[in-house]
Write a protein that binds this ligand. Sequence first.
Ligand SMILES: Nc1ncnc2c1ncn2[C@@H]1O[C@H](COP(=O)(O)OP(=O)(O)OP(=O)(O)O)[C@@H](O)[C@H]1O
Length: 238
Amino acid sequence: MIKTTNLTKNYGDFTALNNLNLHIKEGEIFCLLGANGAGKSTTINLLLNFIAPSSGNAFINNVDVAKHSKKTKSFLTYIPENLTLYPTLTAVENLDYFLGIGGKTFSKVELEHFLTEAGLQQEAFYKRIQYFSKGMRQKVGIALAIAKNSKVLLLDEPTSGLDPKSSNEFGALIKKMSLNKVAILMATHDIFRAKEIGTHIGIMRQGVLIHSFSSDEISLQDLEKLYLETMNLNEVSK
Ligand SMILES: Nc1ncnc2c1ncn2[C@@H]1O[C@H](COP(=O)(O)OP(=O)(O)OP(=O)(O)O)[C@@H](O)[C@H]1O
């Protein structure tokens, strides 16, 4: 699970994240919406201990991220907007390499199985990553999460730049991960996908989570309205 208590990040006088309280349980998909600069990536960076909190705490699987960074990383997989893999290595080789860094070794058959589970077509297993689309690279990232048996998945704008079919496929894959009890946080601008796959949705503005609700409480139309109203508030307060 993912939990934050009064998590705050200041840069001098500027507050990028203001007292965030989140609780994402196993099997839940929390989609975090917000305008550019709202604090979505800051939240993810704090959960990864890429940056230190100014105050408050972040927990992955009940372990404090700032105190036990290495341990919390072993529970999670992070897929950034553009997943960096080794371009000259194949999908299988990349998977083998990154799992090896975490001290895990698997047979060729097992690695192929993880890629299959992640929805990568078999013809791509032994192709160099440099020829992969964004959607295909993300599937390698998901295969990594499956192989690691990750309890938590952190996704930063995973569907931006994906065509509708790939975005739909990605959504289905994320839902499948959640059925395996993974707790998922997805920062996104994609209202449609958030409503479709999210069990919970949050809207952030200027570092504050101002709306948070379960996805079935709101229609797509109302969600869009609320989101646009939030964006307009941003404009007015500038
Ligand atoms: N190192 C830093 N120093 C000062 N301000 C920063 C720093 N890093 C981020 N910020 C500011 O913190 C705010 C939140 O940024 P963040 O990247 O979390 O937004 P975001 O919601 O992920 O936006 P986007 O949708 O554009 O990715 C922004 O105003 C950003 O300029």
